[in-house]
Design a protein around this ligand. Structure first.
Ligand SMILES: [Zn+2]
Length: 318
């Protein structure tokens, strides 16, 4: 039997259930929606989670489209899935857990006696620790971003090559290979010897079908490449950024971009202008390094110092 929370599946079966993580302010149970697929044949275990950030819905879009296509009778091994990790934030369509104003992906590996986010992290990390491979489905929040996967353990970590291979197999086209901040699942799980990536499926408000399709194909590639499903995965060369530079507004006003997402950037080239409401250019910001135009804010209005865009740097292919 394979169990996650109240979901229990015998070999060849699929089950859904709930993973309790505490109580709400009215004393009712808070329990994350979970699913397990128990393959008819033995194999590895994959852990999948989505909506670690409550406004990032492309990951649950991937699950919602992919899971009905998976037949446990054709599967080797098991898939453990948490469909909505940051449930409190999901309820109110916010990025952070409103109970403790915390970003879930800074709370791993969690604490079963800690804050709300630490308890959710601990409950989901337990499932991750039972697995051989972990995919933590994210996106660039509600900003605009290319489709990429993140390898967050850092290039000197003992699991780096395995994580990078997983990113190649997922085949989003771009990889950000840079050590992430403390508390990320994609750092905590490799510390336990589990290859983990953080696919970042674009950036949008709600669902973006193109990014969701890339995510569905990415998970399918992982299932085939690692022997859960029969077949041969096909994946191409990835453009890798090992650095990431963020640009802020030097003046208040309205931003006009000079580059499109995924376009190559050369050092010294203009990235964006800030204008006043009547079109007069107040400031033009140029690139500090060569790279790829990676992410931008969604809304044009900015205050001095406010985030505008990011460029992936130190580019090569893997
Ligand atoms: Zn996220």
């Amino acid at each position: 039997m394979t169990t996650l929370g109240t979901a229990t599946a015998a070999p060849g079966e699929f089950a859904t259930g709930r993973l309790p993580v505490g109580e709400a302010r009215d004393g009712s149970e808070v329990a994350l929606p979970v699913a397990v697929l128990n393959g008819a044949r033995d194999g590895q275990t994959l852990y999948l989670q989505a909506v670690s950030d409550g406004d990032e819905l492309n990951g649950v879009g991937v699950l919602q489209r992919l899971v009905p296509q998976l037949d446990p009778a054709e599967l080797a091994g098991q898939i453990l899935i948490v469909g909505i990790v940051n449930l409190h934030a999901f309820y109110v369509a916010e990025h952070r857990n409103p109970i403790d104003d915390t970003k879930m992906n800074r709370a791993y590996p969690g604490d079963p006696n800690g804050t709300s986010s630490e308890r959710i992290a601990a409950a989901t990390f337990e499932a991750a620790q039972r697995s051989d491979i972990v995919l933590d489905l994210h996106q660039g929040s509600t900003s605009r971003m290319i489709n990429e996967t993140r390898v967050r353990c850092g290039p000197r970590h003992r699991m780096h090559d395995e994580c990078l291979e997983l990113a190649r197999v997922f085949d989003a086209g771009y990889v950000l290979d840079q050590k992430g901040p403390d508390g990320q699942l994609a750092r905590a799980a490799p510390d336990e010897g589990i290859p983990t990536i953080d696919p970042e499926l674009g950036g949008c408000v709600g669902w973006d079908e193109e990014s969701i399709a890339i995510g569905v194909q990415g998970v399918k590639n992982v299932l085939v490449h690692y022997g859960f499903l029969d077949g041969e995965a096909s994946f191409g060369e990835q453009t890798r950024a090992s650095g990431f530079e963020q640009y802020g507004a030097p003046a208040g006003g309205l931003v006009s971009f000079r580059k499109d997402l995924a376009e190559e950037v050369s050092r010294g080239e203009p990235l964006f202008d800030v204008t006043d409401p009547f079109g007069a250019v107040k400031s033009t910001v140029t690139a500090d390094s060569d790279g790829v135009f990676w992410r931008t804010r969604r809304l044009p209005q900015v205050a001095t110092g406010e985030y505008v865009c990011s460029v992936g740097t130190d580019i090569d292919t893997v």
